[in-house]
Every structure is written in C-alpha cells, then in structure tokens.
Design a protein around this ligand. Structure first.
Ligand code: SF4
Length: 414
C-alpha cells in the first residue's frame, strides 16, 4: 500500500525552500514562488499549487486583558489530538499552543504589537518559577506550527481592525531588495500588524533550534511574512551548545541583526542552580564566555539580559551588586555603547507558586541598585498577569494535573 504524500506547507519555509519542495513533486518552481508570495501577501490559500496546503491550528480560546497601551491577548491554538500512542494512553486530551499579543507604545508614540510565540508544548528545562515547566516537555513544535502562530495573530489583529483586507506586511517592510515589489502606503492607512516577535512563550527555543531557525528564516523572508530580522528575538535560558551554534548562524548573510535574549535570573551559581536546573550543566562562568563570543561576532547589536525578580530568592542588595559584577563585560565601553541591557521582570506567580509577586518598591529598589553599579537596567511592565498570560505563566493545567510523564529526547538536557 502506498501512502499519500503530505501536502507541502509554505509556513516555515522560505520562498526558495518552498519552490524546491514543489519542484521535487514535479511542479514548476516559478509559479510556486509566485504562489508563495500571494499566499502570504493576500492570505490566498487557493493560490497554492496542488501539492501544497497550509494547515493553521484553529484558535480555541482567547483571553484579553486591557492595559494602558491596548489589549494583551493570550490565544490558544489546538493541534491535532494525540489519537493513539503514548500521549493518548496517558490521557492527554489535546495539545495546545499558547501565544500572546502584547501592545506597546513605540518611541514615536505609535502603537505596535509584539507577538510572544511558543517553540514547544511544555518544556524540559524545569525552571522553578515557570508554569510551563510544570508540564514537562510534551513535544517540540515544527517550523510550520511556529509560523502558524504568527499567521493566527495577524488574523486576530486584522479581524479586530474590522477588515478582511490584505495585511500590510509588504507595504511597511518594503525594501529595495524586495523582488516582489509592494506599494508603500501612509502609516495612517496601515491596519495593526505584528511588529516584533519574541521566542519567549512555552519552551526553550535552543532545545528545538533547527525548527526555530527554519521558522525565523520564513518569518524574515521579504517575499513572505517580511519581518525585519532585527524585529525577531530568540530568548534562551542558556543552552551553551545552542548558543555556540548561534555564533555561526549570526555570521551568515542576513542573520546578523537577529535579536538575542538571555534569562539570567540569578546573581550566582548557587541561586541559579536552585531555580534553573540547566545551570548545573552550564554554569554562569561558561555562559558569560559564550555570550562574549557572541558579542564579538555581532558587533554593536545589543544583547538583552532578563532577570525575573523573585521575593526572598534573588532580590537583595548584595544580589544586585553580584549581578552587576557578572554583567561588567557587557556595560558601556569607550569604543561602543552598552552591549547589554537588563530587563528586570517582576515575578508573575505560577499556579501553586511558593513565592508571591514582588512589591513595586522592591522592584524599583533593585533597578536603582543596578543603575548605581553602571548597569543599563529597566523594569519590564507587567501585562497579562490576570489571564495567566504574563511572562512565565503559560502552560496547560490539563496536562499538569494528569501527572504526564514528560518525553526525553537526545536534544534535551537531562
Ligand atoms: S522559563 Fe523558559 S526554559 Fe524555563 S521552564 Fe519556562 S519555558 Fe522552559
């Protein structure tokens, strides 16, 4: 019995990758290239050749929280049911992906939208402050499923703007190299769109690096989604092997401006070992070395450091001083400005959290102590906390409650 070949999805592929895959199925690559652009620009599924189809997981739930800049929206996409096999045997009812659209006000006062995407269902890293960690790793997402989150978010924004019109990705990201052209339109006519993407949702992106890089290549394809590479940020808790791979990646043409963020979360190995098990494998010394190697190949592009401030764990004055010492090589030098910037994130309690959220005063004090040590530090505004949509709060309670046995892969650090 011969099995039917799976349709080729343009999601998660560059235009050339899609054309090559279609050519391997006997379709001429030239129309496939045009179809790819029409699909992304006009949201036209019918443009795709017969060998191709784009499956976008349906949105089954959304939760909104209003803030000063607009509405933070957490939305849930449902993947295929587990069907039979290990997941079904363990009573996992369905697999969901969670993503968050966060409104921001840009420097010019223009409203922008940042999309926080997931790279895995669950996560194997086991960070003590994180809701996703409670699920364990269920499975990694494909590049197509990652780009599918961007597609779904864009649809939500277009729907909210009350328009079925074509999204403006090409108009606003038009570059001289854009071979497909595109008509610039005045900013006032531009409906809301996704301006930035951060890999800070469920999962550790460097634990699924091949698919994450394929998704980034697609998102940044100027004939496809057209996101500028500088608007995409991969955030990691510090998989040193993955960071070493990124040293090569960011030296490739077009990748230098990829954004990078590192969750430090502790001033020393002792505390980091307690809240981030990965630190037992790659300690803070090795981590700093690899980050400096990355700085050496990335030029003046800043690295974003993140620090989840947890009351009674890492929020004392001496912790700020110790952290500032660790960050010293990333502070302002004579030849260039600050190489690193630190975001202090007030802890967002996960379900059954042993710690409360920090007080405003303690957050302000911690930021002040860091600044006094010469660190370019900012406090990150909390958004989405009431809907479990804030940083560190994504995760499916269904899977958590069932005591699901997490998968272990050879990619995953034990
Ligand atoms: S903080 Fe990130 S890496 Fe750590 S468990 Fe949560 S999702 Fe995984």
């Amino acid at each position: 019995m011969t099995s039917t070949p799976q349709p080729i999805s343009p999601l998660g592929k560059t235009r050339d990758g899609f054309a090559d895959a279609c050519a391997a199925h006997g379709h001429s690559p030239h129309p496939a290239r045009a179809a790819y652009t029409r699909f992304f620009r006009e949201r036209d599924h019918d443009a795709l050749p017969a060998c191709a189809a784009a499956k976008i997981a349906p949105i089954v739930n959304r939760l909104d929280e209003t803030c000063e800049e607009g509405v933070t929206t957490k939305f849930v996409q449902r993947l295929d049911r587990p069907g039979t096999g290990r997941l079904a045997d363990q009573g996992v009812p369905h697999l969901d992906i969670e993503s968050v659209i966060i409104p921001m006000l840009g420097r010019t006062g223009r409203k922008t939208h940042t999309l926080c995407v997931s790279s895995q269902v669950g996560c194997a890293m086991g960070c003590g402050f994180c809701e996703t960690a409670q699920m364990g790793l269920v499975r990694s997402l494909s590049a197509s499923e990652i780009v599918g989150q961007w597609w779904a978010a864009r649809e939500l924004l277009i729907e909210e703007a009350g328009g079925a019109g074509a999204p403006p990705v090409f108009e606003t990201h038009h570059t001289p190299n854009n071979q497909t052209g595109g008509t610039p339109v005045p900013p006032s006519d531009v409906p809301p769109k996704i301006d930035n993407i951060v890999f800070m949702g469920m999962g550790e992106p460097l634990d699924n690096l091949d698919e994450v890089l394929a998704a980034v290549a697609c998102l940044a394809d100027h004939t496809g989604p057209g996101m500028p590479m500088s608007a995409i940020t991969i955030s990691t808790v510090g998989r040193v092997d993955g960071l070493r791979r990124l040293i090569d990646v960011v030296q490739q043409t077009g990748w230098k401006r990829l954004g990078l963020a590192l969750s430090v979360n502790a001033p020393n190995d002792e505390i980091r070992d307690q809240i981030m098990p990965l630190n037992k494998k790659w300690g803070m010394g090795e981590l700093r070395e690899v980050m400096l190697d990355l700085v050496a190949v990335r030029g003046s592009r800043k690295i974003l450091f993140e620090y989840v401030l947890i009351p009674g764990v890492n929020d004392a004055h001496e912790h700020a001083i110790e952290l500032a010492r660790w960050l010293q090589p990333f502070v302002r030098t004579q030849s260039r400005g600050h190489i690193g910037m630190l975001n202090v994130i007030p802890y967002n309690p996960r379900r059954d959290s042993p710690w409360p959220a920090p007080s405003e005063e303690s957050v302000e004090a911690f930021v002040g102590w860091l600044r006094a040590e010469g660190i370019f530090a900012k406090r990150r505004r909390t958004k989405g906390r009431t809907q479990m949509a804030a940083c560190g709060q994504l995760g499916a309670p269904d899977i958590r409650k069932r005591n699901y046995t997490p998968v272990t892969t050879n990619q995953t650090v034990g």
